[in-house]
Design a protein around this ligand. Sequence first.
Ligand code: NAP
Length: 258
Amino acid sequence: MEARTALVTGGSRGIGRGIALELARAGCRVGINYAGNEAAARDTLAAVKEAGGDGLIVQADVSVAADRNRMLDTVFSEFGRLDLLVNNAGVAPNVRADLLTCGEESFDRLFAINLKGPFFLTQQAALRMREQAQDGHGLRGRVVNITSISVYTSSVNRGDYCMVKAGLAMMTKLFADRLADDGILVYEIRPGVIATDMTAGVKEKYDHLILEKGITPLRRWGRPEDIGLAVRAVAEDRFPFSTGEVFNVDGGFHLHRL
Ligand code: NAP
């Protein structure tokens, strides 16, 4: 295990919890960020400890600058350093609305939480990582951005979500390029359809598409631990000569089939 300390935004539930647990299984100390659901964050921390790891919970709204800085202050003062930042926190539109009728409020909310927050959190984390000593692999840090198949898949009833996820994919390339000389590697993990609170409301629709129509070659829902295992591989430095890389964790959804 190379990355000893990690911060997972939105680590209280769903995919973030799956990531926190896999990092814990590798013996990592994990900062579990949450927005409002403290009870869920405490449950994740208990599970992290049970899995052999350790950590802390930290409330912060990633769309708010003061919250982001306070969160980094907490993590650096408790852990001493940050080896891995996982930009996982994200929201879907409250109401799905067609491109021709959707409003600005949802656009602004998704932009702030899903793109502006991760961008400036990464900026501030990277400035601090640059100042810390190299680890055994000559690295000063790692960043993972959790995007979505929506980066390249058109859903005309949630265009705002697709656009901000596409922005997050570009953000991965930009930081990978900018931070390479600083010994900070940056990756994108692109999940398919994963069973979490976010997809609970569309369960029937995706049950049909996945299990009956075979929209993914692997006919099952993704699980949070599927994403957790991919993040763990990054934390364990399985890709030392890759940066800006995209890992599809989607049951093969991205394949074009005839
Ligand atoms: P989820 O079950 O709805 O959990 C969302 C997590 O994000 C919670 O921990 C929540 O904290 C946190 N969060 C929400 N707004 C926040 C904010 N402003 N500041 C800090 N934390 C905030 O979602 P999920 O399905 O696990 O999704 C996690 C990520 O994966 C998202 O970026 C999502 O877009 C992406 N993704 C999901 C799927 C899928 O099929 N589920 C597919 C592709 C990509 P609280 O618990 O405090 O509310």
